[in-house]
Design a protein around this ligand. Sequence first.
Ligand code: NAD
Ligand code: UD1
Length: 336
Amino acid sequence: MILVTGGAGYIGSHTCVELLNAGKDVVVLDNFSNSSRTSLERVQQICRKRLAVVDGDIRDQTMVEKVLNEFGCTAVIHFAGLKSVFDSVTSPLDYYDNNVIGTHRLLRAMQASHVKRIIFSSSATVYGDPKFLPYTEDHPLKPVNPYGQTKFVVEEMLRDLSASDSTWSIGILRYFNPIGAHESGLIGEDPKGVPNNLLPFVAQVAVGRRDRLNVFGGDYDTPDGTGVRDYIHVVDLAQGHVAALASLEQPACIAVNLGTGRGYSVLEVVKAFENASGKPVPYEIRPRRSGDIASCYAATDRAEKYLGGWRAKRNLETMCKDHWRWQSQNPNGYDG
Ligand code: NAD
Ligand code: UD1
């Protein structure tokens, strides 16, 4: 039995699908602060299999221990947390509370229940400004915002834990830019309010919910002047977790990038999305967004080696097509 914290969210729900398809039993623990129960109903509809759901908070250590013991969990995939860079600047204490204290409580509960296998959702944001590209896992870690700091602190906590007790198996997965949706169109990203990230915004423009995209910066040192990112299909990302679970049979603590190794500019993404959707995406070049960097993409060698040959397979066209299928079938998200 695998405990998936935050399993109702964007990446968690796609990972639940891949886990169930791989024959694993799953219990999701989520407080639904940024998700809908409908996502988990859809997961079960896609897989024609059941999963268990507990409505609770990872900071409730006693409850987490109870879940680990009652369900006989052998490993945890830990997605639960807050993820908006913008909100983390205005409400840093909420971010340290949820992401750092939350993970600490979870690890305490795991230790008490003798469950010592965990996969943690980290982010490429832990690298900070690039000293060189592509980012290898050995690139210096220097996050530049509170959200990134919380990911860095948790990574350090996990490394210290592993150094103190070598029986832990710890996979730290540093995601680049997950986009897209399950090919069924039944599950996908459903941000509350105005999306901060590029793809959800572009998709909402294409579906007519917003007038135009603001492109943040047209004067970067990139081929067309707009920011370059390593977009990865969320299903490839989810499959990376199943691969990591298999690698974690052996005790270790290792950080691995999950990206494609290739970057696309904002304008390339806009064009690909227009092609995939058949809809225009009007845009306007605006000033740079504070804290943004010109380019960001992953070195993928360690992932291929460590995750038993896993690599991202889906291209930008598929990412946009799948994202559009989800958006057009669910123009107002799960509860619209
Ligand atoms: P998401 O917000 O869709 O999912 C997170 C889930 O965790 C939600 O269902 C939310 O309700 C739940 N949750 C939050 N705090 C909780 C708590 N204290 N107790 C129980 N449940 C709680 O986000 P996502 O995009 O699926 O991201 C998952 C993880 O991956 C996060 O840790 C995020 O920081 C990390 N990550 C995401 C991205 C990205 O671009 N989406 C990139 C890098 C890293
Ligand atoms: C952001 C976060 C990062 C997080 C990642 C995935 C910041 C500074 N960084 O990264 O910590 O790990 O999301 O959740 O927020 N863009 C526009 N217009 C928009 C939105 C974005 O032009 O409306 C541009 C950005 O300037 C950037 C690219 O699109 O060049 C991608 O932006 P975004 O999706 O927000 O991801 P990141 O900035 O890479």
